[in-house]
Write a protein that binds this ligand. Sequence first.
Ligand code: ATP
Ligand code: ZN
Length: 225
Amino acid sequence: MRTHDRLRIAIQKSGRLSDPARDLLARAGLSFRESRDRLFCYGESLPIDLLLVRDDDIPGLIAEGACDLGVVGGNVLEEQACERLADGRGEAFRPIRELGFGRCRLSVAVPNDWEWTGPQRLAGLRIATSYPQLMARWLREQGVEATPVMLSGSVEIAPRLGKAEAICDIVSTGGTLMANQLKEVAVILESQALLVAPSQPFGDERAELAAMLLRRLDAVMSVRA
Ligand code: ATP
Ligand code: ZN
């Protein structure tokens, strides 16, 4: 049983959100001593520790109570929230701050040479994605039936490989789409890094620590804005 007089924040171990998350926490006055396995960082300036993990694991760690707060993209958070809803599991985590980095969007893209006449153009086709829940939700909203093709990576090459006709993937600059002769035709979700907390408030010392951290983050972010 871990003590609840320290706060534990999960951030991405290595990837697009790692450095900006660590910079933001450093500017809020947090400093850490890294453990040898580099998975856990002990908070030196405040009783706030870091856990370094894959971004996809962060919502689950918060849901289980293994971490108290997390930094994760809205795309990952929303996908997992929809998955919990679809499985009949209750709401377990919620975004509490937009952090202003890691901006991207989840979009539908089709081959350059298609004439895009609207979402109905996708009816009956195969769409490759790593975000089956968000894609299914959007297709339902559009009243379109299509076949999802689940891929965990390299989604953008699926049309060239003949695995799907279209894709639904994360886009930031559009360079990857262009390199694969695809064009963006619909934005499903606008995303950025979010600070995430459990849906249930902390009933112990962690509440004070979290409130203090939020005050510091808000101050730091208002300076940058
Ligand atoms: P992990 O090993 O932690 O699972 P990953 O490959 O899933 O890493 P990254 O590619 O580092 O993760 O992306 C992390 C997050 O950064 C994404 O979930 C998204 O919110 C955000 N992001 C911003 N721009 C992009 C982009 N161009 N492509 C992918 N993700 C982006
Ligand atoms: Zn990931």
